[in-house]
Ligand binder design. Structure first.
Ligand code: ADP
Length: 272
């Protein structure tokens, strides 16, 4: 019988050690990925539950109004008009939720790549600002632009997607502020020089401290009662902002104080 020699600590044992370290690393990565999958699954289920809930209220209102209109008991022209107005308003709300949901699913789909174009950051944001402020929505607000004169940075962006980010932040700044308040678009270069920081700052109603960690979640709406015109949207706007910015390798941030205002910021990598 052949004698098996005693194994000295050798390359093989080192290999076994490094293999086991690698296995540990892979298994912890798998655990993290699994956790992330579970979190996403939970978020998806919550979103479906929230959206079903959000869709039910307008559908019930539309059904009641149409039942009333077709009952033959409509009392006056005014009654008739207010039912039609209600149907119109609720239908628009349903359209907005469905459009935003579809948009979110499209931007989340990483199998579809972004259409990146290289642009000069200062020119891009300046053009956005001057195009936006001609909209009558901003007529009652003091619109300000702050971009350093010497900002000379190139960024690679999917233009319509970043326009959508700015549109959502500007729309919210108007929606959650009172007339005559100010809205500022500020663009700066971060000290690391590798990123620019874009901020939309308002001095509107602000956000309660406890709500801030949730506002980028899908369908999170603080409360319709808090908006100056009792008008909230689909609740998907900031999730769309976050998804688009993260697909550009950037991050989103929110600083806000109730009664004082909010600052929504995002970063975008610069081209070196
Ligand atoms: P919504 O359709 O409800 O506006 P968003 O995802 O855009 O959905 O925003 C989520 C919530 O964050 C809003 O319901 C609102 O309470 C709060 N919010 C967003 N932007 C602002 C802002 N500029 N000022 C105050 N609250 C804001």
């Amino acid at each position: 019988m052949k004698k098996i020699p005693f194994e000295q600590p050798s390359i093989e044992s080192e290999t076994a050690e490094s293999l086991s370290a690698k296995l540990l690393q892979v298994s912890s990565q798998l655990m993290e990925a699994n956790k992330e999958l579970k979190r996403m699954e939970l978020e998806r289920r919550e979103m479906l539950a929230n959206i079903s809930h959000d869709l039910r209220a307008p559908i019930t209102a539309i059904r009641s109004a149409t039942d009333y209109l077709t009952s033959g008991n409509v009392l006056s022209d005014e009654d008739y008009r207010s039912c039609l107005n209600l149907i119109d308003k609720r239908t628009r709300f349903l359209e907005e939720i469905i459009q935003d949901m579809y948009y979110l699913f499209c931007v989340e789909d990483t199998s579809k790549s972004l259409n990146l174009q290289t642009v000069d950051a200062a020119i891009f944001f300046e053009e956005y600002f001057y195009d936006a402020i001609v909209d009558t929505r901003y007529d009652n607000h003091d619109m300000k632009l702050e971009i350093a004169n010497d900002l000379s940075i190139q960024i690679a962006i999917d233009i319509p997607r970043i326009v959508r980010v700015l549109d959502n932040l500007f729309t919210n700044a108007v929606k959650y502020s009172f007339p005559e308040s100010s809205i500022t678009l500020k663009v700066t270069q971060l000290p690391s020089e590798n990123y620019i920081l874009v901020s939309v700052i308002d001095n509107g109603i602000g956000i309660p401290k406890e709500a801030i960690p949730h506002i980028f979640n899908r369908t999170y709406t603080v409360s319709s009662a808090r908006t100056p015109n009792s008008n909230t949207g689909s609740g998907l706007g900031l999730s769309i902002v976050k998804t688009i910015v993260e697909r550009h390798e950037g991050n989103v941030f929110c600083e806000s104080e109730e009664g004082k205002g909010s600052c929504f910021s995002f970063t975008l990598p610069c081209i070196k």
